[in-house]
Design a protein around this ligand. Sequence first.
Ligand SMILES: C[S@@+](CC[C@H](N)C(=O)[O-])C[C@H]1O[C@@H](n2cnc3c(N)ncnc32)[C@H](O)[C@@H]1O
Length: 371
Amino acid sequence: MEVTEGGVTVEVEGARDGASEGRADEVFYNPEMELNRDVTVAVLRAYAERESRAETYLDAMAASGVRAARAAAEGYDATAADVDDDAVALAGRNLAPYGGEALQRDANALLHEGFFDVVDVDPYGSPMPFADAAVAGTRNLLCVTATDTAPLCGAHFDSGVRRYDTVPRNTEYHPEMGLRVLIGALVRRAASRDKAAVPICSHVSRHYARTYLELEANATDATATLEELGFVHHCEDCLERDHEFGRLPDVPEDCPHCGSNRVLTAGPIWLGPVADAGFTERVADEVTDDMGEAARARSMLQTVAAELDTPTHYDQHRLCKQWTRPAVGMDEFVAALREAGFAASHAHYSGTAFKSDATVAEMREATAELG
Ligand SMILES: C[S@@+](CC[C@H](N)C(=O)[O-])C[C@H]1O[C@@H](n2cnc3c(N)ncnc32)[C@H](O)[C@@H]1O
């Protein structure tokens, strides 16, 4: 069957009501990822203005080639690579009207052979088996999706430790934990090759984390990115959390806020900004109405651009349950925090999540009159 995304028409297999990865003989196409691809196109448009030398684009795991075809339609010199021969044949047909080529290659081999300006790594599950090659073979912008959300956020602790070489913790701020575990691991992998990787746009959903890392081949800058890594200490009783930058954690024995001994430490994870606000606003401006998920993409990107950099978020419903008081509207809650003098913002991955520099005790007091 044919599908049209953002003005690009491609042939796909079995995309009736969800991902086609359920059938082993079908080339993967996931209509649920259209938002992810719409954002990719908007990022590619904004990035072409930021870095005029960026011309070549590789989807290193292309499947149907839809993402590469959309990049080609934007004027990028696009390559769709995949190990699967059916995928390569389909991607070749899909790319033909827009230019670009399809290659049957293993991503790790291809990326160790030469450079592409922009590289997309969009595997099943974790991108880490491809991270080293991706860092080696990317000149400017590395776009990465991870769908293994359980290991990333510490719900599958051992596989999270193995894959991401860190200690992920299963907290109520899953999306933030997962994204920061992913970015932290990629930044360290880039630094091992004397490359600085800086996230310029990122977003998370229940099913995946996605980040866009700008790479710079400079050992001093690479060391500087490592300064943005550190640890989060989380109290399971009073829900307070603290973070510290650095290479070794100063793990508190008891919670400094309530004295509980149920304190979890996560890290090293990325504690710096997950997006460049100005760039992300430009990405939001590049979303066009011919995109199937235009409204969601714009609204999500605007929220990302305005989001605080704090490495954890809170869920208002979870806090209100703890405080035995009814939850209120998020705008009202965030406004009350700001009126009390704290920084506060919405979070893009959940309607009940917010970010603030206030402690839990300060939030409780600042919002006591609501509801
Ligand atoms: C999630 S799909 C890619 C979806 C595609 N990027 C899109 O936007 O629709 C993952 C693809 O990775 C391919 N793949 C798995 N291992 C690979 C490898 N080592 N090198 C290249 N492709 C690989 C699979 O054949 C599959 O088509």
